[in-house]
Write a protein that binds this ligand. Structure first.
Ligand SMILES: [Fe+2]
Ligand SMILES: [Fe+2]
Length: 250
């Protein structure tokens, strides 16, 4: 059995879930609707844009990559597409409009296209940290309801994606030099991505009562936890325990 079979099975099982019901967002304070719709529309574009790597993986020959990994990665991309559909429903339910593209998405795509496969996965790993921090912080502040439940579900998926990418990258980092390189690449890419999100979505964070400083401290904590998981000694944590936890309600 491949080391990736359990990931393939997990993605396949989650693919069977029905889309969460999002027929209204009546539980939401009126002042939150416009900034939230704007932010979620920006995230929706990122979730929809990861299709190329699903084709690229067919040609990748790297240590630990086999057909089970390729199948799991394709299901991961599909799960991100599912997030895009859920976020699209949220944006429309909040009275917002979906966007064609954004500067941050164009930057993200450009960096990914310049990169080899492993660096692409590192960039996707940064996107998971960004997503967990943003969706999780917002979900923790929302009143109990369908929108909160759907964002919590997406946050849980992103935490699982993060573990999937860490599992892959750990197998690619061999030797002190590679560890140093991976650490430098991770801290700079994830640091820039998270700082940009806090700046870009600062208004939304403020509207739901999360200060920029708190958002940045939360991100820094997660970035360092992933750095330890990527380049530290083999994890002592139980396999089911995520590398980073979702934000808790204040
Ligand atoms: Fe996602
Ligand atoms: Fe993800």
């Amino acid at each position: 059995m491949s080391t990736w079979t359990h990931w393939h099975n997990r993605f396949a099982e989650r693919a069977r879930r029905p889309l969460p019901p999002l027929d209204d967002a009546a539980e939401l304070p009126a002042a939150w609707r416009a900034p939230l719709a704007r932010s979620l529309a920006r995230f929706q574009i990122g979730e929809a844009g990861e299709g190329r790597i699903a084709h690229q993986v067919a040609r990748v020959t790297l240590p630990a990559v086999d057909d089970e990994y390729r199948a799991a990665l394709r299901l991961f991309v599909r799960e991100e597409g599912r997030h895009a559909r859920i976020l699209g429903g949220m944006v429309r339910g909040l009275g917002g409009e979906l966007l064609g593209t954004t500067w941050s998405e164009r930057l993200f795509v450009r960096v990914r296209r310049l990169a080899g496969f492993r660096l692409k996965i590192l960039v996707l790993l940064a996107a998971e940290v960004v997503g967990i921090g943003f969706y999780g912080s917002i979900a923790a502040r929302l009143p109990v309801g369908k929108l909160r439940a759907a964002l919590e579900e997406i946050t849980g998926d992103e935490a699982s994606h993060l573990d999937f990418h860490v599992d892959f990258l750990r197998r690619q980092i061999d030797g002190a030099g590679a560890r140093w390189l991976a650490r430098a690449a991770w801290l700079s890419i994830a640091g820039i991505a998270c700082a940009l999100v806090v700046v870009d979505h600062g208004g939304t964070y403020a509207q739901v009562g999360v200060g920029r400083r708190r958002a940045l401290v939360d991100y820094a904590r997660r970035i360092l936890a992933v750095e330890r998981a990527l380049t530290g000694p083999a994890p002592a944590r139980a396999a089911a325990e995520p590398v980073v936890a979702a934000p808790q309600a204040a």
